[in-house]
Design a protein around this ligand. Sequence first.
Ligand code: NAP
Length: 343
Amino acid sequence: MDAYNITVVGGSGLVGQEFLKLLDERNIPVGRLRLLATARSAGRTVEFRGQTITIEETTPESFGPDDHIVFLSASGSASKQYAPIAASRGSFVIDDSSAYRMDPNVPLVIPEINADDLAWHRGIVSQPNCTTTPMLLALAPIHRVNPLRRVIVSTYQAVAGAGAAAVEGLRRETEAALAGRHEPSGTQKREIAFNAVPQIDVFAEDGYTKEEIKMANETRKILHAPEVAVSATCVRIPTFFGHAMSVWAEFERPIDAAEARRLMEGAPGLTLMDDPAREQYPTPMDAAGTDAVLVGRLRNDTSKPGGITFWTVTDSIRKGAATNVVQIIEEAARRGLIRPAGS
Ligand SMILES: NC(=O)c1ccc[n+]([C@@H]2O[C@H](COP(=O)([O-])OP(=O)(O)OC[C@H]3O[C@@H](n4cnc5c(N)ncnc54)[C@H](OP(=O)(O)O)[C@@H]3O)[C@@H](O)[C@H]2O)c1
């Protein structure tokens, strides 16, 4: 793989910092690395492969023809502002926000599932919500042979999914609560310590939140299955890292848990951790810091024969975000979709 010049917008954030770790872990050759953020973090330094990199403030002038890859991991508004600029200067842009996910001109990619969609990128590639990716990695091996028809999902999402301030917010709220005080940090819609909050993002008119709507729309786009029905309930819980969810799924033809297990076993990116006899199943702590999508509690849906239900857990800032981005880079480089380094 060529040594590309990489610029990260959001380089001081949770995902941006995890991305740097992953470049190292996966031995990605890097030419010149630049880290951008807001004026708040400008001037801070970060060590990367023996170099001290100073974080700079992002401006429209930050992007030039020598950036081979620009990773935007800041906010939807920053992505809307900067992605077109970076793409117009010839960079391969990967966007981690929801700004372009449903844009018909932008591929939305989980490399293990729809890497071929990278071929039609026009400068920007989008990456799915951190709940969509694990759910689809678990469902895709079945969908390939027996098309998905309907999903009902309830999530149990860690505060890391809302960024560094939310992690700090839970820590502060927990300390206060243990000292007998209620001090909401304002990082979630309600006090989150020792609580569960069934609202992530804002409500739409139909009573679903935008997070829930994202899971439905992104599922249909990634699986190329516009008719799949999805109903999601997304809940924030007071864990730091690792998003969990329980999933009920129906397919075109009836399936049972034994067949689902055979299809999931060995599927890329998926690890079964499922042995009720030994009380074995994944928890957020098992997933934190790993790239695995862990699946357990796989069983028949007794409410409606022919369907299955299972539990899955993933680290939202790893496979839910940074790992998927590094895999997109690896796959795009392998397919010659990134401008050659040096050009
Ligand atoms: N956390 C997850 O599990 C996850 C998963 C999937 C996708 N995402 C998406 O990834 C993005 C980053 O998430 P995160 O968890 O890393 O958040 P974070 O910890 O809050 O970090 C946000 C980063 O973006 C920078 N930033 C914010 N507004 C900016 C602007 N207008 N211009 C330039 N830089 C700006 C911040 O800079 P300062 O340090 O200067 O404030 C910081 O570096 C978000 O779009 C999020 O939706 C996150």
